[in-house]
Design a protein around this ligand. Structure first.
Ligand SMILES: [Zn+2]
Length: 291
Protein backbone atom coordinates (compact mmCIF):
# COMPACT_ATOMS: atom_id res chain seq x y z
CA UNK A 1 0.00 0.00 0.00
CA UNK A 2 1.22 3.48 -0.82
CA UNK A 3 2.28 5.64 2.11
CA UNK A 4 -0.30 8.33 1.32
CA UNK A 5 -3.23 5.88 1.18
CA UNK A 6 -2.13 4.38 4.48
CA UNK A 7 -2.08 7.80 6.14
CA UNK A 8 -5.51 8.64 4.73
CA UNK A 9 -6.91 5.39 6.14
CA UNK A 10 -5.38 6.14 9.53
CA UNK A 11 -6.86 9.63 9.55
CA UNK A 12 -10.35 8.44 8.60
CA UNK A 13 -10.24 5.71 11.26
CA UNK A 14 -9.35 8.37 13.83
CA UNK A 15 -12.24 10.55 12.65
CA UNK A 16 -14.71 7.65 12.92
CA UNK A 17 -13.44 6.78 16.41
CA UNK A 18 -13.70 10.41 17.53
CA UNK A 19 -17.22 10.75 16.10
CA UNK A 20 -18.22 7.52 17.86
CA UNK A 21 -16.80 8.74 21.16
CA UNK A 22 -18.66 12.05 20.84
CA UNK A 23 -21.91 10.25 20.00
CA UNK A 24 -21.52 7.97 23.05
CA UNK A 25 -20.65 10.94 25.28
CA UNK A 26 -23.71 12.90 24.10
CA UNK A 27 -25.95 9.84 24.60
CA UNK A 28 -24.58 9.36 28.12
CA UNK A 29 -25.10 13.06 28.95
CA UNK A 30 -28.72 12.72 27.85
CA UNK A 31 -29.39 9.43 29.62
CA UNK A 32 -27.44 9.57 32.88
CA UNK A 33 -29.33 12.49 34.50
CA UNK A 34 -32.58 10.60 33.91
CA UNK A 35 -31.85 7.43 35.84
CA UNK A 36 -35.17 5.96 36.95
CA UNK A 37 -36.09 3.36 39.54
CA UNK A 38 -36.44 0.16 37.53
CA UNK A 39 -39.96 -1.23 37.74
CA UNK A 40 -39.74 -4.78 36.41
CA UNK A 41 -42.73 -6.34 34.72
CA UNK A 42 -43.30 -10.10 34.81
CA UNK A 43 -46.23 -12.24 33.71
CA UNK A 44 -45.99 -16.06 33.64
CA UNK A 45 -43.35 -18.66 34.52
CA UNK A 46 -42.58 -22.17 33.36
CA UNK A 47 -40.27 -25.03 34.24
CA UNK A 48 -40.38 -26.19 30.62
CA UNK A 49 -37.68 -24.56 28.51
CA UNK A 50 -39.71 -25.02 25.30
CA UNK A 51 -42.81 -23.30 26.71
CA UNK A 52 -41.39 -19.80 27.07
CA UNK A 53 -42.76 -16.75 25.22
CA UNK A 54 -42.41 -12.98 25.48
CA UNK A 55 -44.64 -13.10 28.55
CA UNK A 56 -43.58 -16.44 30.03
CA UNK A 57 -40.04 -16.95 31.28
CA UNK A 58 -38.21 -19.91 32.69
CA UNK A 59 -38.46 -20.28 36.44
CA UNK A 60 -34.73 -20.96 36.59
CA UNK A 61 -34.02 -17.56 35.01
CA UNK A 62 -36.30 -15.90 37.54
CA UNK A 63 -34.52 -17.64 40.41
CA UNK A 64 -31.16 -16.48 39.07
CA UNK A 65 -32.48 -12.91 38.69
CA UNK A 66 -33.77 -12.76 42.26
CA UNK A 67 -30.47 -14.17 43.54
CA UNK A 68 -28.66 -11.42 41.60
CA UNK A 69 -30.83 -8.76 43.29
CA UNK A 70 -30.20 -10.30 46.70
CA UNK A 71 -26.43 -10.74 46.22
CA UNK A 72 -26.09 -7.16 44.99
CA UNK A 73 -28.12 -5.72 47.87
CA UNK A 74 -30.96 -4.23 45.85
CA UNK A 75 -33.60 -2.45 47.91
CA UNK A 76 -36.81 -4.13 46.74
CA UNK A 77 -39.98 -2.14 47.46
CA UNK A 78 -43.61 -2.37 46.34
CA UNK A 79 -45.24 -0.12 43.74
CA UNK A 80 -47.18 1.73 46.45
CA UNK A 81 -43.93 2.12 48.40
CA UNK A 82 -42.35 3.80 45.39
CA UNK A 83 -45.44 6.00 44.95
CA UNK A 84 -44.99 7.09 48.55
CA UNK A 85 -41.40 8.14 47.95
CA UNK A 86 -42.30 9.98 44.75
CA UNK A 87 -45.31 11.76 46.27
CA UNK A 88 -43.34 12.97 49.27
CA UNK A 89 -40.18 13.83 47.37
CA UNK A 90 -38.20 11.62 49.75
CA UNK A 91 -34.76 10.51 48.68
CA UNK A 92 -34.78 6.92 47.50
CA UNK A 93 -32.22 4.51 48.88
CA UNK A 94 -29.64 3.44 46.29
CA UNK A 95 -30.42 0.40 44.14
CA UNK A 96 -34.16 0.64 44.78
CA UNK A 97 -36.19 -1.61 42.50
CA UNK A 98 -39.86 -2.63 42.12
CA UNK A 99 -41.15 -6.07 41.06
CA UNK A 100 -44.57 -6.24 39.40
CA UNK A 101 -46.54 -9.26 38.18
CA UNK A 102 -49.45 -8.76 35.78
CA UNK A 103 -52.68 -10.61 35.09
CA UNK A 104 -52.62 -13.09 38.01
CA UNK A 105 -51.04 -16.03 36.18
CA UNK A 106 -51.36 -19.27 38.15
CA UNK A 107 -47.63 -19.80 37.61
CA UNK A 108 -46.89 -16.52 39.38
CA UNK A 109 -48.53 -17.77 42.55
CA UNK A 110 -47.32 -21.39 42.27
CA UNK A 111 -43.78 -20.95 40.95
CA UNK A 112 -42.54 -17.36 41.36
CA UNK A 113 -44.08 -16.51 44.72
CA UNK A 114 -42.02 -19.11 46.66
CA UNK A 115 -38.87 -17.50 45.20
CA UNK A 116 -39.99 -14.06 46.43
CA UNK A 117 -40.73 -15.61 49.81
CA UNK A 118 -37.27 -17.17 49.98
CA UNK A 119 -35.69 -13.72 49.58
CA UNK A 120 -38.37 -11.82 51.46
CA UNK A 121 -38.89 -9.56 48.43
CA UNK A 122 -42.14 -7.57 48.39
CA UNK A 123 -43.99 -7.37 45.09
CA UNK A 124 -47.10 -5.96 43.48
CA UNK A 125 -49.59 -8.20 41.65
CA UNK A 126 -51.84 -6.40 39.17
CA UNK A 127 -55.14 -8.26 38.98
CA UNK A 128 -58.28 -7.56 36.96
CA UNK A 129 -61.77 -8.50 38.14
CA UNK A 130 -62.75 -10.72 35.19
CA UNK A 131 -59.51 -12.67 35.64
CA UNK A 132 -60.65 -13.65 39.15
CA UNK A 133 -64.02 -15.04 38.04
CA UNK A 134 -63.11 -18.65 38.92
CA UNK A 135 -63.28 -19.30 42.67
CA UNK A 136 -59.94 -21.18 42.52
CA UNK A 137 -58.14 -18.16 41.08
CA UNK A 138 -59.67 -15.79 43.61
CA UNK A 139 -58.88 -18.08 46.57
CA UNK A 140 -55.28 -18.54 45.46
CA UNK A 141 -54.75 -14.79 45.15
CA UNK A 142 -56.48 -14.08 48.44
CA UNK A 143 -54.39 -16.66 50.27
CA UNK A 144 -51.15 -15.09 49.09
CA UNK A 145 -52.35 -11.52 49.66
CA UNK A 146 -53.17 -12.49 53.26
CA UNK A 147 -49.53 -13.49 53.81
CA UNK A 148 -48.63 -9.83 53.33
CA UNK A 149 -45.60 -9.97 51.03
CA UNK A 150 -47.51 -9.32 47.80
CA UNK A 151 -49.67 -6.23 47.55
CA UNK A 152 -52.65 -6.08 45.21
CA UNK A 153 -52.88 -3.44 42.50
CA UNK A 154 -55.70 -2.94 40.01
CA UNK A 155 -55.46 -3.90 36.36
CA UNK A 156 -59.06 -2.85 35.61
CA UNK A 157 -62.30 -4.79 35.51
CA UNK A 158 -62.18 -6.34 32.03
CA UNK A 159 -58.55 -5.79 30.92
CA UNK A 160 -59.77 -3.79 27.91
CA UNK A 161 -57.42 -1.08 26.65
CA UNK A 162 -58.61 2.17 28.18
CA UNK A 163 -57.99 4.53 25.21
CA UNK A 164 -60.51 2.48 23.21
CA UNK A 165 -63.31 3.12 25.74
CA UNK A 166 -65.69 6.00 26.36
CA UNK A 167 -64.98 8.29 29.34
CA UNK A 168 -67.70 6.76 31.54
CA UNK A 169 -66.42 3.25 30.82
CA UNK A 170 -62.87 4.36 31.63
CA UNK A 171 -64.02 5.78 34.96
CA UNK A 172 -65.88 2.53 35.67
CA UNK A 173 -62.79 0.39 34.90
CA UNK A 174 -60.72 2.54 37.26
CA UNK A 175 -63.15 3.07 40.13
CA UNK A 176 -65.11 -0.19 40.16
CA UNK A 177 -62.01 -2.41 39.95
CA UNK A 178 -60.47 -0.57 42.92
CA UNK A 179 -63.67 -0.90 44.97
CA UNK A 180 -64.21 -4.56 44.12
CA UNK A 181 -60.60 -5.57 44.83
CA UNK A 182 -60.58 -3.66 48.12
CA UNK A 183 -63.86 -5.31 49.19
CA UNK A 184 -62.72 -8.79 48.11
CA UNK A 185 -59.16 -8.68 49.52
CA UNK A 186 -59.77 -6.35 52.47
CA UNK A 187 -56.65 -4.30 51.67
CA UNK A 188 -56.18 -0.82 50.18
CA UNK A 189 -55.55 -0.93 46.42
CA UNK A 190 -53.33 2.06 45.79
CA UNK A 191 -51.78 1.68 42.35
CA UNK A 192 -53.12 0.95 38.88
CA UNK A 193 -51.66 -0.84 35.87
CA UNK A 194 -52.92 0.24 32.43
CA UNK A 195 -54.01 -2.81 30.39
CA UNK A 196 -51.50 -3.24 27.55
CA UNK A 197 -49.82 -0.09 28.89
CA UNK A 198 -52.15 2.02 26.75
CA UNK A 199 -52.79 5.58 27.94
CA UNK A 200 -53.68 9.08 26.86
CA UNK A 201 -53.46 12.32 28.87
CA UNK A 202 -57.16 12.05 29.75
CA UNK A 203 -56.65 8.56 31.16
CA UNK A 204 -53.73 9.66 33.32
CA UNK A 205 -55.92 12.43 34.77
CA UNK A 206 -58.82 10.02 35.33
CA UNK A 207 -56.52 7.57 37.14
CA UNK A 208 -55.45 10.24 39.62
CA UNK A 209 -59.10 11.32 40.05
CA UNK A 210 -60.09 7.69 40.80
CA UNK A 211 -57.95 7.84 43.94
CA UNK A 212 -54.83 5.93 42.92
CA UNK A 213 -51.48 7.17 44.22
CA UNK A 214 -49.54 6.01 41.14
CA UNK A 215 -49.82 3.92 37.98
CA UNK A 216 -47.52 1.79 35.88
CA UNK A 217 -47.41 1.78 32.10
CA UNK A 218 -45.64 -0.29 29.50
CA UNK A 219 -45.72 1.32 26.12
CA UNK A 220 -43.77 4.33 25.06
CA UNK A 221 -46.39 6.94 24.53
CA UNK A 222 -46.83 9.15 21.57
CA UNK A 223 -46.29 12.82 22.25
CA UNK A 224 -44.35 13.96 25.24
CA UNK A 225 -45.51 13.01 28.66
CA UNK A 226 -43.81 14.86 31.47
CA UNK A 227 -40.97 13.05 33.15
CA UNK A 228 -41.32 12.05 36.76
CA UNK A 229 -45.10 11.71 36.52
CA UNK A 230 -45.91 8.99 39.03
CA UNK A 231 -48.99 8.01 37.01
CA UNK A 232 -46.79 7.08 34.03
CA UNK A 233 -44.09 4.82 35.37
CA UNK A 234 -42.57 3.02 32.45
CA UNK A 235 -41.71 -0.56 33.19
CA UNK A 236 -39.11 -2.98 31.98
CA UNK A 237 -40.54 -6.12 30.39
CA UNK A 238 -38.45 -9.03 31.63
CA UNK A 239 -38.71 -11.42 28.68
CA UNK A 240 -36.65 -14.57 27.97
CA UNK A 241 -33.76 -12.38 26.66
CA UNK A 242 -33.18 -11.37 30.28
CA UNK A 243 -32.10 -14.97 30.84
CA UNK A 244 -28.72 -13.56 29.79
CA UNK A 245 -27.27 -12.16 33.04
CA UNK A 246 -25.69 -9.20 31.25
CA UNK A 247 -29.06 -8.14 29.81
CA UNK A 248 -30.71 -8.40 33.22
CA UNK A 249 -27.93 -6.29 34.71
CA UNK A 250 -28.66 -3.54 32.15
CA UNK A 251 -32.42 -3.83 32.76
CA UNK A 252 -31.92 -3.30 36.49
CA UNK A 253 -29.39 -0.49 36.12
CA UNK A 254 -31.94 2.33 36.05
CA UNK A 255 -30.71 3.46 32.63
CA UNK A 256 -32.60 0.96 30.51
CA UNK A 257 -35.87 2.93 30.32
CA UNK A 258 -34.32 6.36 29.54
CA UNK A 259 -31.92 4.80 27.00
CA UNK A 260 -34.74 2.97 25.25
CA UNK A 261 -36.90 6.09 25.28
CA UNK A 262 -34.11 8.18 23.79
CA UNK A 263 -33.39 5.59 21.09
CA UNK A 264 -37.05 5.36 20.07
CA UNK A 265 -37.34 9.15 20.03
CA UNK A 266 -34.29 9.53 17.80
CA UNK A 267 -35.61 6.84 15.46
CA UNK A 268 -39.13 8.36 15.56
CA UNK A 269 -40.65 5.02 16.59
CA UNK A 270 -43.81 4.69 18.66
CA UNK A 271 -44.30 1.23 20.07
CA UNK A 272 -46.38 -0.81 19.98
CA UNK A 273 -47.31 0.63 16.61
CA UNK A 274 -50.56 -1.29 16.06
CA UNK A 275 -51.81 -0.18 19.47
CA UNK A 276 -51.38 3.49 18.61
CA UNK A 277 -52.98 2.96 15.23
CA UNK A 278 -56.04 1.49 17.02
CA UNK A 279 -56.14 4.43 19.45
CA UNK A 280 -55.97 6.92 16.59
CA UNK A 281 -58.83 5.20 14.78
CA UNK A 282 -60.92 5.26 17.94
CA UNK A 283 -60.21 8.96 18.55
CA UNK A 284 -61.03 9.78 14.94
CA UNK A 285 -64.31 7.84 15.14
CA UNK A 286 -65.33 9.55 18.42
CA UNK A 287 -64.43 12.96 16.97
CA UNK A 288 -66.63 12.22 13.94
CA UNK A 289 -69.56 11.25 16.19
CA UNK A 290 -69.28 14.41 18.27
CA UNK A 291 -68.86 16.72 15.31
ZN1 LIG B 1 -52.36 -7.38 31.50
Amino acid sequence: MKKQTKRRLKVSAAVVAAAGAVAIAVALMLIVPHRTVPVLMYHGFTEDESATSTLVIELEDFERQMTYLADNHFNVISASGLADYLANGKELPPKTIVLTFDDGYKSFFDLAYPVLQKHGFPATAYLFIDGLARPDDLDRAKGISAEGLVEIGSHGVTHRMLPLLDPDEIAWELVSSKQQLEAEFGVPVETFCYPAGAITEAIVTATAAAGYTAAVATAYQRGQFPRGNRYIQRRVLVSPVAGCPRVFRIMTSGYYVPARELTLKILGIRVPRDLYRKIEHHEQASADIHR
